[in-house]
Design a protein around this ligand. Structure first.
Ligand code: AQP
Length: 342
């Protein structure tokens, strides 16, 4: 056994980020910031999910760089890699093993309903990888390999957590066991879905082609200010109530970002900014974003300059994750009826 046993608290969390490019404000508000807040209450497993990343083409050198950068971003955001388990998915082979088993539990009809596959595969579905299609079975394996009970996710991932529950339930029923818990999605705060700065109806995303649509966690203060200044808005003043945001996607997005970064509700920030021009509000938002992201950016740079330190953190995490995964996978294989290796 290596490392300390995770503390027992409100339950076990598994959550991950794909190393598919530079981390952005959506990842920070929708995932990292919540994880930091939850780490004191739960046993936490935070994962750089590289097996998920390759469901679409990744340049090998860039994948390697981004894997360390996502780990650096997690630590720089305030994830404690000693108290929690922070690791790379491909370092724990049991994820792929359990995913295969779940490919045999999940039904085609369930996978056909997944909206993320439809979005990501687009019109040219025939050319999408088979991995992209069965991605939710791998995600179920990530969570259930550790009997995870809670999954903090952005709104967009909720459907996959529901599928994880379906897989857990079907496995338990099929094999007459109570092996898996039914994990709950935890969706928190006003920033559950951060939208593009150029188009308030599209999700802020690593694969977004316009760099002005995304604030990256590696952006300089100047870049952050510039992007917020250029963010698309509408011609009206800011409203005096949340109801006044109806049909104003860009204003809603910017105010939600402000609320999330200042740990307040949308109501509270609308009360503060009511009647303001966008130029005035954008200056306040830019100051806030720079104040929050600046220190994280500096810490990410420091960590990225010491890849051996990142690798040490990830090795310790993988060892701890394996210690948990091996006996659980054994229990699962026994339930299925696989002959144990002697
Ligand atoms: N725009 C967002 N708003 C709120 N939460 C978000 N998340 C991602 N984008 C937003 C949350 O971040 C976690 C990790 O996501 P991911 O990077 O593994 O996958 P993704 O959601 O597919 O992110 P991208 O940026 O859109 O990646 P690409 O372009 O590679 O597909 C998740 O909890 C997610 O909800």
């Amino acid at each position: 056994m290596s490392g300390s046993t995770p503390r027992s608290t409100k339950g076990r969390i598994f959550s991950g980020i794909k190393p598919t490019g530079d981390l952005h404000l959506g990842n920070y508000i929708g995932a990292l910031r919540n994880w930091v807040a939850m780490q004191k209450d739960y046993d936490c497993m935070f994962c750089v999910v590289d097996l998920h990343a390759i469901t679409v083409w990744q340049d090998p050198k860039e994948l390697l760089r981004a894997t360390r950068e996502v780990a650096a971003g997690m630590v720089a955001s305030g994830i404690d890699p000693v108290e929690n388990i922070l690791f790379v998915q491909s370092h724990v082979a049991q994820h792929a093993e359990l995913a295969w088993l779940f490919n045999c539990v999940a039904r085609l009809g369930w996978l056909n309903r997944m909206t993320q596959f439809k979005d990501k595969a687009g019109k040219d579905r025939e050319k999408a990888s088979a991995g992209l299609y069965v991605y939710p079975a791998l995600m179920a394996a990530d969570i259930l390999l550790y009997k995870g009970t809670h999954v903090p996710v952005g709104e967009d991932q909720k459907q996959h957590v529901e599928l994880t529950r379906d897989i857990a339930q079907k496995f338990n029923n099929d094999f007459g066991v109570t092996l898996f818990p039914l994990p709950e999605p935890v969706i928190q705060g006003p920033g559950t879905r951060i939208m593009s700065l150029r188009d308030g109806t599209r999700k802020m995303s690593k694969s977004e082609p316009s760099e002005f649509a995304c604030i990256y966690m590696t952006d300089t203060a100047e870049a952050i200010r510039d992007k917020i200044k250029r963010a698309t808005t509408d011609p009206n003043l800011l409203p005096d109530s949340v109801a006044g945001l109806e049909g104003r996607a860009e204003a809603t997005n910017l105010l939600s970002i402000y609320a999330a970064l200042t740990d307040r509700t949308l109501e509270e920030v609308v009360a503060e900014t009511k009647g303001q021009q966008f130029s005035q509000f954008k200056a306040t938002l830019a100051d806030t974003a720079v104040a929050v992201l600046g220190p994280i950016n500096a810490e990410m740079k420091r960590l990225m300059a010491d890849p051996a330190e990142i690798d040490r953190i990830l090795k310790r995490g993988a060892d701890k994750a394996c210690d948990l995964a091996v006996p659980i996978l054994k229990e699962i294989y026994d339930a299925v009826g696989f002959l144990p290796r002697t």
